[in-house]
Write a protein that binds this ligand. Sequence first.
Ligand SMILES: [Zn+2]
Length: 119
Amino acid sequence: MYFVSKRLEISFAHRLSLDYESKCTRLHGHNAIVTVFCCSRELDRNGMVTDFSSISQIVKDSLDHNFANDAMEFNPTAENLARWICGQVPNCYKVMFQESEGNVAVYVKAGFEDAAKIL
Ligand SMILES: [Zn+2]
């Protein structure tokens, strides 16, 4: 099994839809650190699991310097963004979405819990 991870920073704005009073319902921005984990039993014809630059491009094209509420059709919490990124990147099984210092959401694709213990 091969594993790769790509760590990148994105700047985005969002406004959360919550059923309780919170400052997070107001428009605000983050410089988030996103770490995308991919794995594969076989390498592709280029000898890769997933190209590092394509991971970066997929995440940045959709979220970087963007208003997540317009870019996404769901409430753009860190958890939901982590799950969405995982679904976009080929061979992705896990995403760590550090929205701000100390605040991290992790999504692991169902069936990949054991792989997530390795990397
Ligand atoms: Zn926020």
